[in-house]
Design a protein. Structure first.
Ligand SMILES: Cc1cc2nc3c(=O)[nH]c(=O)nc-3n(C[C@H](O)[C@H](O)[C@H](O)COP(=O)(O)OP(=O)(O)OC[C@H]3O[C@@H](n4cnc5c(N)ncnc54)[C@H](O)[C@@H]3O)c2cc1C
Length: 372
């Protein structure tokens, strides 16, 4: 990238919902922006997973966030716009709860009390649409491995993990706390991309964030599970499972005879498993054992749940940050170096918190746009 282009461009690392909202907001405000995402597509913890059965049928699962609520007026404004564009819909099924002791289901919400939103046709649709907006340049399968501060040029230099130069930028938004946390080293064996000594205050805050893990179990049955009275329900008195969602019942999903469910483990279960098997690569055998264990608990909800046509477990090592580090400012910001950190860990451990934080990070740059 030539220096004139670098003079005003902002790099956003990560295309989860906070990074995607931030990039979209920057572009809409006339700030030039490039997004780098290590995964093959956008979404982060709002991703959609494509799987294939043995007989070649394709299935799609929202294996991260299954839906979200909104109460913040700014976020509501955005979500209504996304609804009008057809990338978000309301999921109108009533949610229930299953008590593992009494073996009873109960209705936990009165109709219309809380609006539940989903991306359409998958939870990743919002990030997909935002990173394709005019003015947003997106690069996938690009893991940022080094973010260097060039003091003399007053610019940032980004390099991928395989040593490729990604260009020079006037500012950087990091939308994943692992980019400067010790956890990055624990999981990857590499040094964090951003040198912690450059931003000691921010690093201290980020390193202190404990996280709750979760295993998601993806299931496909040959037909709908008619003995389960709810399309989504929580588990009471289960040490293993927390929630179950019928993916196929969400609006805009493919209408097939098969029926897909996603079941979430409790954080406690996930912590115990991770304590035994670690955060590194797991073998298929270990994943199969975890899937079987989670399915056995799910099967207790009704007498006639058949064995699924497809079953697979996914590990979310950092599913939910357990604390919020910047509820006031909504993002972490170093104005001198033009470096922002955004994500759910700043505001609240959910989609809405991540959106609020992405908007806040963008506004830091928009406020100084005339100096970029
Ligand atoms: C199982 C599960 C269930 C959930 N349930 C709900 C729910 O019911 N309701 C709700 O509102 N929320 C829920 N959440 C939480 C919600 O998904 C998150 O709060 C939100 O998606 C976080 O978005 P984010 O942008 O902050 O982070 P992320 O989505 O984690 O985005 C960070 C992105 O940065 C990328 N990245 C990291 N490092 C690099 C690098 N070096 N180079 C390039 N890219 C990089 C990552 O690949 C990722 O895409 C759930 C999450 C999980 C996992």
């Amino acid at each position: 990238m030539n220096s004139a282009a670098a003079a005003s461009k902002i790099a956003v690392i990560g295309c989860g919902i906070s990074g995607a909202v931030c990039a979209s907001s920057l572009a809409r405000n006339g700030v030039s922006v490039a997004v780098f995402e290590t995964a093959r597509g956008p979404g982060g913890r709002m991703s959609e997973r494509k799987e294939t059965t043995e007989d070649g049928k394709e299935m799609l699962f929202d294996h991260g966030a299954p839906y979200f609520h909104v109460s913040n007026p700014d976020v509501l404004g955005l979500v209504r716009d996304w609804e009008a564009r057809g990338i978000v819909s309301q999921w109108k099924d009533n949610f229930g709860s299953f008590d593992c002791l009494s073996k009873q289901f109960t209705d936990i919400e009165k109709e219309g009390l809380s609006i539940k939103y989903v991306g359409v046709p998958g939870m990743n649709s919002i990030c997909k649409a935002l990173c394709n907006e005019s003015g947003v340049e997106s690069k996938f399968r690009t893991c940022v491995g080094k973010v260097e501060w060039l003091e003399e040029e007053d610019l940032w230099s980004l390099t991928s993990v395989d040593g490729q130069s990604l260009g020079h930028f006037k500012g950087v938004v990091a939308s994943d706390k692992n980019i400067i946390s010790d956890r990055f080293t624990t999981v990857t064996g590499r040094l964090p991309p951003i040198d912690l000594t450059l931003v000691p205050e921010l690093a201290t805050k980020i390193n202190e964030i404990p996280v709750n893990p979760c295993f998601a179990l993806m299931l496909t049955f040959g037909e709908p599970l008619r003995s389960i009275p709810f399309k989504a329900f929580s588990f009471e008195h289960s040490e293993t499972l927390s929630w179950a969602f019928c993916n196929s019942s969400k609006p805009g999903r493919p209408k097939t005879s098969e029926c897909c469910w996603v079941v979430h483990s409790t954080a406690q279960y996930a912590k115990e498993v991770i304590a035994k098997v670690g955060l590194g690569m797991l073998s298929n055998t270990v994943f199969s054992q975890i899937a079987e264990e989670l399915f056995q608990e799910f099967q207790k909800t009704a007498a006639d749940i058949p064995h699924p046509l497809f079953m697979k477990a996914h590990r979310w090592g950092s599913a939910f940050p357990a604390v919020s580090v910047e509820r006031e400012e909504k993002c972490l910001w170093d104005g001198k170096k033009r470096l922002a950190f955004c994500g759910d860990f700043c505001v609240s451990p959910n989609v809405e918190g991540a959106i609020i934080s992405g908007l806040a990070a963008a506004s830091k740059f928009v406020d100084i746009a005339s100096c970029l």
